[in-house]
Design a protein around this ligand. Structure first.
Ligand code: NAD
Length: 353
């Protein structure tokens, strides 16, 4: 076995149906008594319920999180937290709400507790993003990690099917890249494989019954592991392509990751046989790429950039942007290869050979 370094994320994780009932105790565990509960406007009711559950330990809700964390929204949230005398943040929602809590933690040093309700996995990473005048800048800082995470699958029962499926493949994409990251290690690979296994086991159940608690549990457990490996691994071509498409053309986050996943897997497959072997073991299949494509088709996942609103005429520009400051990738990346990959992703045709 080669030598390696493993950085475990600090923090405490509570997992399970009903885990949210421990919220007041966990806020106390933070040494806090005046929580401000964040959400998007769409999840204001959840924020309100958690605030009620916290009783005297809540100073109110801030249901104004939006995608990509505009600096203005973060500034207003920090002002509101100061005005109310909040001593901790509870972030209930997906990557957008958790992103807002990260921005607050970075700038105010308030501790936060995350209650994730999608499979994006942001709560497990020290990566933050802030958007100013249309430009998103990202960074890494351990201060943006939550002190406590409560994963309660009951809170994910209402995540619509389309979002659940795309969010699940978004998580699988984190794990796939972690498997062949240049800083991959035996522990991160173990977690990535198990994360993929849990998601490919859980996602089909959602298509049958969106509110099936066992399937929801599998997916959320998988999302935790996939988010954790995202946080500890250097990302490669897949994430570079998605950052370009999301940042420059504002394509939807989880759906873009879903569409790109099989194309980058197919591109890298021959260069990373042991990573492919782990995905194949997780999916009980002899071919990772065709199994991912088949699962996407079976679950009605988005398959083409065109359907996400990308224009064919922008593909050349996108390929050029991917080639600027390229990330490490196990197979060398050329402009021609990226353009061909984007053209395939545009139509949804995957080369599974
Ligand atoms: P999101 O947080 O934007 O949520 C999408 C919508 O779904 C929102 O309206 C939200 O309120 C709603 N929603 C969430 N959970 C729900 C539930 N259980 N039931 C009903 N509605 C629900 O989407 P996302 O995909 O979770 O996050 C995307 C954002 O997260 C992007 O900005 C992305 O860049 C960021 N992200 C960051 C990291 C990181 O490590 N920093 C990792 C992954 C994603």
């Amino acid at each position: 076995m080669k030598s390696f370094t493993f950085d475990a994320s600090p923090g405490r994780v509570m997992f399970g149906a009903g885990a949210i009932n421990h919220l007041p105790r966990e806020v106390e565990q933070l040494g806090a008594s005046r929580a401000l509960v964040l959400s998007t406007p769409q999840q204001a009711e959840l924020a309100s319920d958690l605030s009620t559950q916290l009783g005297e330990r809540s100073v109110g809700i801030y249901p104004h999180a939006v995608m990509h964390v505009p600096t203005e929204v973060a500034r207003k949230a920090i002002e509101e937290a100061a005005r109310l005398g909040a001593d901790c943040i509870v972030a209930a929602g997906g990557g957008s709400t958790i992103g807002l809590a990260k921005a607050i933690a970075l700038q105010s040093a308030l501790p936060f507790l995350a209650v994730p309700t999608t499979y994006a996995g942001s709560e497990m990473t020290p990566i933050y993003g802030l958007t100013e005048e249309g430009l998103k800048r990202t960074g890494r800082d351990p201060r943006v990690l939550p002190k406590i995470v409560i994963y309660d699958p009951c809170l994910t029962l209402d995540l619509p099917l389309k979002m659940s499926i795309a969010s699940g493949f978004n998580a699988i994409a984190h794990a796939a890249e972690a498997l062949y990251a240049d800083n991959a290690n035996p522990i991160s690979q173990l977690m990535a494989e198990e994360g993929i296994r849990a998601l490919v086991h859980g996602l089909p159940g959602l298509k049958e019954d969106l509110r099936d608690l066992n399937s929801r549990s599998d997916c959320l457990y998988g999302a935790w592991l996939c988010g954790a490996v995202l946080g500890m691994s250097n990302m490669a071509l897949h994430h570079k392509v998605c950052h370009v498409l999301g940042g420059r053309w504002n394509l939807p986050h989880a759906e873009t990751h879903t569409v790109i996943l099989p194309h980058v897997l197919a591109y890298n497959a021959a260069a990373v046989p042991s990573a492919m072997g782990r995905i194949e073991r997780a999916m009980s299949t002899p071919n990772a790429v065709s199994a991912i494509v088949a699962l996407m088709q079976r679950l009605g996942a988005p398959m083409s950039l065109e359907k996400l609103g990308m224009k064919r005429t922008d593909l050349v520009r996108a390929a050029l942007l991917v080639m600027e400051l390229p990330y490490h990738n196990p197979r060398p990346v050329t402009y021609e290869a990226v353009l061909a990959l984007l053209e395939d992703a545009f139509t949804g045709r995957v080369n599974c050979s």
